[in-house]
Structures are given as structure tokens and as C-alpha cells.
Design a protein around this ligand. Structure first.
Ligand code: UGA
Length: 427
């Protein structure tokens, strides 16, 4: 009989009276139905009692409700005259954490959103969240593709600014997982901009583009007006697409847009997937590191930029961002559209980076030097920062040896190293 109750193929449920009658004909089936109804009633009652409801995401769910709203409101509270209320996406990320702390410290309201994905160790993201929570910065565990949660946030808070730092980062990983770049850097960006354009008032948007948009250019230093139509990786292509997408939202809806082309940002609480971080880990563990070399044996070089300098550039961008002009999806006039390089203007080769780390760690690296594979890497980057200097007052002050010294100090503390040995790992 049970076989008759459940369809063998979808869409073939028998619902005639005979089936219905037979369904309740056995005591055991009736008992199961009773259990099911009790469970349904109980879950409905608990739903009513707590006032919470769940919003589903691709990989997790986040809870909203009165308590949640209270936390959002408290976190967004402004504590200075003419202060901002900023939604920081990717707040548990490297740059997101530092920018959130800086804004909160000066009295701005900050609400974070982050999907805590496992592109790199989520324990580090959770540790950053812990640090932010100790400063009353609430991070919502949600994906920026979740338009319900974004709408809810804007319903509760009239954000003056959005600092959009959530992204699928990493140049070489794009060959392994191309769709994650489309998901976060394209689809997620559009979902966020849709929300921003519909908001009333519309926030000003400052977001993270990348130095990788300069792709295969060989004219140095890279200036904002240089061509950006020959990306070397899918990552770069999605960031370039982001610049075009934000332009359309500026043009059609009057959103104030500032795109920041970050140049290989490093520092404490950084990203484990980046070379300076993974090199440090391997050197300490006595494992070999792979050092890529460019064509004709030329060393690769990056305009490594210290996190504190980047934070100043981000905050300067928020401070100088003109207002969005539209409201509720209607443009009322032209709004600013800006793009800035945020670099250090002082490229350093990868072998030099390694020797600075060796000095700080007091250990020698086991180097495997190999020719740069065709994996999306570019041979060098070098920022011209005069535009950011003029418009944002951006002046980087930390050179690579100073910045790496601070990073290594943090690394040893965070991972509990003592005299080259692992003591404990903080979570
Ligand atoms: O500036 C940027 O736009 C980009 O900077 C970094 O990308 P990348 O410069 O490639 O940074 P790393 O992954 O830390 O690599 C730095 C250098 O080390 C080299 N490298 C990396 C890894 C490795 O195992 N060996 C090695 O020699 C790379 O080829 C590169 O020249 C970030 O990872 C990107 O998310 C960011 O957008």
C-alpha cells in the first residue's frame, strides 16, 4: 500500500478519493499524520513566539527579527557630527575589517555583511569578526546576492555610504573556480547596485576595483586614463566589468560612484592566499616556496601597498564622495563617477619580498624558482597616484620592510609562534 501512496516518478501523485481513503485506513499511517500535524503546529507556534524568520542563502541562512534589527540599529549609530552610516560589504575580509574599524573609531556608524565563504580559512574571518564585535560592529552573515537581506537592511537604516569590498579575490584561483568570480564580482555587484539605486536616499558607493585591470600594459607607471581593455585573468576581467557596470548605474540612476584600484594590499590580518602570507607560513614550517620568474629570467615585481595606507585612501574616498542625486530609482541630475589608483608608487621584486621575510623571520626560505606559468599573472605593477593625492589627499607612508615587519609580528602573535615553534592557534 505504501508504494501506492508515494509516486514513483515526480508529478504522479494519486489524489482520488479512493487513495485518500486508503491513506487513512491504516492506524500506523494515521499515527504518522498526527505526528506530522503536531510538529507543524509546534514549529508555527515557535515562529510566532520568537518573531524571527529565516532568510535562505546559497550556503547558509541568516536570522532577522527584533533582536537582529536592534543590533543593526545600534551598529549603524553615528557618534560624531555630520558622521556617516556605512554599509561595509566583505566586512570580515582583510580590507573590510580594517576600514570598518577605522570608521567606527572616528564615530561613524558601521554595519557589515559577509558570507564567510571558505575561499580561505573562515577561522580567520571569524576572528576578525570577533574583533569587530568587540567594537560594537555587527556583521550580518549573508551573501550580497541576497536581495531580501539587502532590502531589509536599507529598510532599517538610511545608509549614507556603501563601502563595497565583498569580492572573489585572487588572480590565479580564477582558473580553478571561474564561476565564483561571476557570482560575487558580477552578479553580487549588480544585486547590490540595484538595492542602492532603489534606496531613498541613495547612498554614495565606494568600491574595490583592482590594479589587475591594467592587464598586459607595459607603459609605467599605470595611470587611471591608461587603457584597461587587455585583462590577463578572469579576475581582472570581472573587476573591469565592475567598472563598466558601476558606470551605467551612475549614468542611469545618478549613483555616486568611486572605484579604487588597489595594488597588492598586505599587512596584519591579511589574506592567507597571497604570496607574502603563504611564503611566511611555509618558511616557518620549513616547506619550500615557489617563486615565479618572468620572461627572460626577469624578476616579477609588485607595487605592494600597506593596509593602513589603503584604509586612508578608502576613508578619503568616502569623505570626498559627492552625493548620489537620484531617489527611489529615479535620477535627478548628474552624480560623480571617479576612479583612483591606490598604490605605493614603489615596486619591489618578489625575490626582494622573500629576503625581507627571511630577515624578519630569521630563517632561510627553500626557494623553487620557476618560470611564470600562463595563469593570469602580470609581470609587474606600478601605480601613478597623483590623482588620488590631489583629490583624496592620499599619501602612502609605509615602505615594504616596515609593513612586513608589522605583518610578521602580527603573524607570530596570531598563530602563537614562539622562537619558530607553533605554540597554539588562536581562533
Ligand atoms: O593588486 C591587485 O589588483 C591584486 O593583488 C593581489 O594579486 P597579486 O599581485 O597577484 O598578489 P599575490 O598573489 O600576493 O602575488 C604577488 C606576487 O608573487 C608572485 N607569486 C605568487 C604566489 C607564489 O606562489 N609565487 C609567486 O612568485 C606572483 O606571481 C606575484 O608576482 C591580490 O591577490 C588580488 O586580489 C588583487 O586584486
Amino acid at each position: 500500500m505504501d508504494e501506492e501512496l508515494f509516486p514513483s516518478t515526480p508529478g504522479k501523485i494519486k489524489s482520488d478519493r479512493r487513495t485518500f481513503h486508503r491513506c487513512f485506513a491504516s492506524t500506523s499511517t494515521m499515527f504518522l499524520w498526527a505526528l506530522f500535524l503536531i510538529a507543524l503546529t509546534a514549529s508555527y507556534l515557535s515562529f510566532i513566539a520568537t518573531g524571527n524568520h529565516y532568510i535562505h542563502h546559497t550556503s547558509h541562512r541568516s536570522v532577522t527579527g527584533p533582536h537582529w534589527e536592534k543590533r543593526v540599529l545600534s551598529s549603524s549609530q553615528i557618534h560624531r557630527k555630520n558622521g556617516f552610516s556605512v554599509l561595509v560589504t566583505g566586512a570580515a575580509g582583510f580590507v573590510g575589517t580594517h576600514v570598518s574599524l577605522a570608521l567606527k573609531k572616528r564615530g561613524d556608524g558601521v554595519v557589515g555583511i559577509d558570507n564567510f565563504n571558505d575561499y580561505y580559512d573562515p577561522t580567520l574571518k571569524k576572528a576578525r569578526r570577533k574583533m569587530l564585535e568587540s567594537k560594537n560592529i555587527f556583521i550580518i552573515n549573508a551573501d550580497i546576492n541576497d536581495q531580501n537581506i539587502l532590502a531589509k537592511l536599507f529598510e532599517i537604516v538610511a545608509f549614507t555610504h556603501v563601502m563595497h569590498l565583498a569580492a572573489q579575490a585572487g588572480v590565479r584561483y580564477a582558473m580553478e573556480n571561474p564561476k565564483s568570480y561571476v557570482h560575487s564580482n558580477i552578479a553580487g555587484l549588480v544585486t547590490l547596485l540595484e538595492q542602492c539605486k532603489s534606496a531613498d536616499p541613495q547612498p554614495a558607493v565606494v568600491w574595490a576595483s583592482s590594479s589587475s585591470v591594467y592587464g598586459l600594459n607595459d607603459k609605467v607607471p599605470f595611470s587611471e586614463s591608461d587603457r584597461t581593455d587587455q585583462p590577463a585573468s578572469l579576475y581582472a576581467a570581472t573587476k573591469k566589468a565592475g567598472e563598466e557596470i558601476t558606470h551605467t548605474y551612475n549614468h542611469i540612476y545618478g549613483l555616486s560612484i568611486t572605484g579604487l584600484r588597489f595594488f597588492t594590499v598586505y599587512g596584519p590580518w591579511g589574506r592567507p592566499d597571497m604570496a607574502y602570507f603563504s611564503f611566511t607560513k611555509n618558511i616557518l614550517q620549513g616547506k619550500p616556496i615557489t617563486v615565479y620568474r618572468g620572461k627572460n629570467g626577469v624578476d616579477l615585481a609588485r607595487d605592494f601597498t600597506y593596509i593602513d595606507d589603503i584604509v586612508k585612501g578608502c576613508v578619503g574616498s568616502l569623505d570626498t564622495a559627492g552625493k548620489s542625486t537620484g531617489s527611489g530609482g529615479k535620477k535627478k541630475g548628474p552624480a560623480p563617477y571617479r576612479i583612483f589608483n591606490l598604490g605605493n608608487t614603489s615596486p619591489v621584486t618578489v625575490p626582494t619580498l622573500v629576503s625581507i621575510l627571511e630577515k624578519n623571520l630569521k630563517m632561510k626560505a627553500k626557494k623553487n624558482v620557476v618560470d611564470m606559468p600562463g595563469n593570469g599573472d602580470v609581470p609587474f605593477t606600478h601605480a601613478n597616484i597623483s590623482l588620488a593625492q590631489r583629490e583624496l589627499g592620499y599619501r602612502p607612508t609605509t615602505d615594504l620592510p616596515t609593513g612586513l615587519r608589522k605583518f610578521v609580528k602580527w603573524y607570530l602573535w596570531y598563530y602563537g609562534y614562539e622562537q619558530g615553534k607553533v605554540k597554539s592557534v588562536k581562533s
